[in-house]
Design a protein around this ligand. Structure first.
Ligand SMILES: Cc1cc2nc3c(=O)[nH]c(=O)nc-3n(C[C@H](O)[C@H](O)[C@H](O)COP(=O)(O)O)c2cc1C
Length: 261
């Protein structure tokens, strides 16, 4: 029987939903979080290997880059490789970067596609009220992508956009430390969901069960978005903004999947 794997990274569930959708439609497909183990050693014999992750600042999350750099793919050279990036609209160089990373391992990315989903970066803008419509559309688009992967389609990625590359390199440098602008209000009930959903272990709880942030943040905004009391905020910008998480991906599931339980 064929063996397949899809690696994913997700803050608010969009990319996890895509990874789950792909895995469900492929036979014998594992889902593995890229937020876990640093040096993942993959056994031989995979027929397909996929990467699913959100676009951040027109590129990929740093954790995704680090994970793929440390991933041992030596035993899977004749494998079909694909990448899917979920984004609000503009994926920039998020697919090209993965292409380059794989090239360094002498591996060819056969297929790369963006999927437009609900845009979750609450630090920069309010959440739209169109979750239902956008989810419906993205689910349709996902079905097409899954079909392409099942058909082992091969596509050519567009060339790297230099201006978007500069934007990515500048902005991604600040991501780890931007949590210094996160604050916790008295509405916090100490439930610890923020700690559970953080994919990179950046949130810890003090003696009063209040979260604090450890400055290796990916800016995935899971802690802000999943907080049931809207008690975590960025400066004074997000207090009145709506919150978003992918419908149907609850905090407990995201946390469990991220731990690779
Ligand atoms: C830090 C950050 C940066 C983002 N940058 C972009 C971007 O450059 N282009 C875009 O279209 N969407 C951008 N988004 C939106 C996300 O890519 C999109 O909502 C994604 O589907 C979220 O995936 P997730 O739910 O799996 O975390 C950004 C979101 C975050 C949190």
């Amino acid at each position: 029987m064929s063996k397949n794997v899809v690696f994913y990274f997700s803050g608010t569930g969009n990319s996890l939903n895509v990874a789950k959708g792909i895995a469900k439609e492929m036979q014998n497909c594992e889902i593995i979080s890229m937020s876990g183990s640093k040096n993942y050693d993959l056994q031989a014999g995979y027929e397909t290997i996929g990467f699913v992750y959100p676009t951040y600042y027109r590129g990929e999350p740093q954790k995704v880059r680090e994970f793929i750099l440390n991933l041992n793919l030596k035993n899977n050279r004749d494998t079909y490789y694909y990448a899917v990036t979920t984004c609000g609209k503009y994926d920039g160089n998020a697919l090209m970067h993965i292409n380059h990373l794989l090239k360094r391992k002498n591996i060819h990315l056969d297929y790369g596609k963006k999927i437009v989903m609900f845009s979750n970066y609450v630090v920069a803008y309010d959440m739209r009220e169109t979750v239902k419509e956008e989810t419906k559309q993205s689910q349709k688009d996902l079905m097409q992508i899954i079909q392409s992967i099942k058909n082992r389609e091969i596509n050519k990625l567009s060339i790297t956009e230099p201006l978007q590359e500069i934007a990515y390199r500048v902005l991604i440098r600040f991501a780890h430390n931007m949590d210094k602008y996160y604050n916790v209000s008295d509405d916090c009930i100490g439930c610890g969901i923020c700690k559970e959903v953080c994919p990179v272990g950046n949130v810890d709880l003090d003696d009063n069960n209040k979260p604090y942030f450890r400055h290796h943040c990916e800016q995935c905004v899971a802690c802000i978005q999943y907080c049931p009391k809207k008690a975590i905020n960025y400066k004074n910008k997000t207090q009145s903004r709506r919150r978003y998480t992918y419908p149907g991906i609850k905090s407990a599931e995201l946390a469990k999947m991220n731990r690779n339980d």
